[in-house]
Design a binder for this molecule. Structure first.
Ligand SMILES: [Fe+2]
Length: 261
């Protein structure tokens, strides 16, 4: 490493991130089981230089009917109070990790599921893991209703990881691809790692998020992923992936595309 590299790397760790996908609410889904565990995870997020996190408990799929949008918003407000009391420098916004389902558009309209930061523009969409269901029609219908899908961790889906170019057919609907920070580090295996890098070359906007659940096997590692991206695709692209597009997802603004060769 050259002295210049070491300077830019030092600058990189001073960045602060927005995490748009994290299971940090206590006792709702497969995230922390209770308040102490949630605070431990939130401390780890803050230590990972994340300033704002979107709490995204699972909705629909195997969590269908367990809690609604109102309960998620209340849990977010409570967690923010606990964070202030514990002096943990982290701000939590409401969201959800929504299993794809034909009821989604109706449920957004009836306020039963939560969009990213409650902005009514972006929705995290989780594909079933076992089979591949092409979300193209859902993405098209969402766009008609003024909404935009964020496909969570395509690099961890067996079908898409093997054929990243498949996502090109979604270009007319401009969904965001959300790649997991840990995938760049090999935390989800070789295939997901290779696919994470391959998706950077696809013509869709991307954002990196932790999808953290705990401080053990699914701990946040945004800073480390940012350092790696900074090194291999450059500072501008790393900033878009880990800061600018996450900020735009939260603000409900149009996303920036990458330029990776
Ligand atoms: Fe998730």
């Amino acid at each position: 490493m050259t002295p210049q590299d070491s300077n830019t790397t030092k600058g990189a760790v001073e960045a602060s991130f927005i995490d748009v996908h994290c299971h940090c609410l206590p006792g709702l889904d497969d995230g922390p089981p209770d308040v102490p565990a949630a605070l431990t995870l939130c401390r780890a997020l803050a230590a990972d230089r994340i300033a704002t996190v979107v709490a995204t408990p699972h909705q629909l799929g195997r969590y269908d009917g367990r809690y609604d949008a109102r309960m998620i918003r209340r849990a977010v407000a409570q967690l923010n109070e606990l964070l202030a009391e514990a002096r943990i420098p982290l701000s939590v916004l409401p969201g959800a990790d929504i299993r794809i389902d034909e009821r989604i558009e109706d449920m957004v309209r009836s306020d039963e599921i939560v969009t990213v930061a409650d902005g009514k523009r972006y929705l995290l969409l989780e594909l079933p893991h076992e089979v591949f269901i092409d979300p193209e029609m859902l993405l098209a219908r969402l766009v008609e209703g003024g909404l935009c899908g964020v496909i969570t961790h395509p690099e961890r889906h067996a079908f898409l990881a093997e054929r990243p170019e498949f996502v090109r057919r979604w270009v007319p609907y401009r969904p965001c691809l959300q790649i997991t920070a840990g995938s760049f580090l090999g935390g989800f295996g070789r295939r997901s790692e290779e696919a994470a890098w391959a998706f950077l070359r696809e013509p869709l906007p991307l954002a990196v998020a932790t999808d953290a659940h705990d401080t053990a096997g699914r701990a946040p590692c945004m800073s480390e992923a940012y350092r790696l991206l900074h090194r291999y695709v450059g500072r501008d692209e790393a900033d878009i992936l880990c800061m600018e597009n996450p900020r735009r997802l939260v603000a409900g603004e149009a996303l920036v595309s990458l330029n990776v060769e």
